[in-house]
Design a protein around this ligand. Structure first.
Ligand SMILES: O=C(O)CCC(=O)CC(=O)O
Length: 260
């Protein structure tokens, strides 16, 4: 673990620096960098990986209010600078995928390729995020965790002991960090800029994803100039947790295909 000093505070990083293939993992709303544990365990051991908790998530500090996806993308670029990673394959889930797209637009030279899991260029209507913020403020994270679980996990995963651990993490999450990220999502629509993303992209969705349903993920793949799409059966919003072996196999095949 390393701590990165940013303009807004300290960011906690888990860094492994080996080998030539570099990947950066950006997590989803309400999770932390441990969402990638099982995926990393299935990747070649000589690959370099960098994971980070977003502002207000995991062990990272809360930032001042009023930041957007470009600020979160700047955090990723700062993390790359911090560990001396010139460029990398950026793997992002949901809002992490939105941040990954933003990094590709802001600093294309830092992005070798994208793995966009369960995400889109716009994640739902702004009003739905304002409703989410209002609900968090009214009911708190514990109540919200109950409501969000079926949006995270496919029915067959919901009663798995691991799902209970993630529910606990979400229930204990910092509400300020959560709502600040909801507000950043609400203000972002990259649809009109997708044509500028020239890097190869692997777009992954889950047939049972209620948060970013298959049609939304398919639309992202369709609009990106150079994308391949894989839709996983029996998987919800978080394939890295629900189907880590299948997810990491997809990453390995994709990355080996582009470096060959
Ligand atoms: O996972 C994300 O980054 C955003 C979507 C989410 O939190 C799940 C939901 O919409 O309930």
């Amino acid at each position: 673990m390393k701590t990165l000093e940013c303009g807004w505070g300290a960011m906690h990083l888990s860094v492994a620096e080996r080998g030539r293939t570099s990947l950066v993992f950006v997590n989803s709303l309400g999770t932390d960098l441990r969402m990638w544990d099982s995926t990393l365990a299935n990747l070649p051991s000589d690959w370099t990986s960098l994971r980070m908790d977003k502002r207000g998530h995991g062990l990272s500090d809360n930032a001042p209010k009023g930041y957007g996806i470009p600020d979160l993308a700047t955090d990723v670029i700062s993390a790359l600078d911090h560990v001396g990673m010139g460029s990398a394959v950026i793997v992002g889930c949901s809002v992490g995928g939105l941040i990954a797209q933003q990094v590709a637009l802001m600093a294309p030279q830092r992005v070798d390729a994208l793995v966009l899991s369960n995400t889109a260029a716009v994640l739902g209507a702004p009003q739905s995020w304002q409703a989410r913020i209002d609900d968090v403020n009214q009911f708190g994270m514990a109540e919200m965790a109950e409501r969000i679980m079926p949006r995270w996990f496919a029915p067959k995963m919901l009663n798995h002991p691991e799902a209970a651990l993630w529910r606990t993490l979400l229930a204990r999450s910092d509400a300020q960090g959560y709502v600040a990220t909801c507000a950043a999502i609400a203000g972002t629509d990259l649809t009109d800029r997708l044509g500028e993303v020239s890097q190869p992209a692997l777009v992954v969705g889950g047939q049972d994803d209620l948060a970013t349903p298959p049609a939304v993920v398919e639309m992202l793949a369709h609009r990106l100039p150079c994308a391949e799409l894989v839709m996983l059966e029996g998987v919800g919003h978080l394939p890295a947790i629900e189907a880590p072996k299948a997810f990491s196999e997809l990453i390995v095949n994709f990355v080996e295909g582009i470096v060959r």
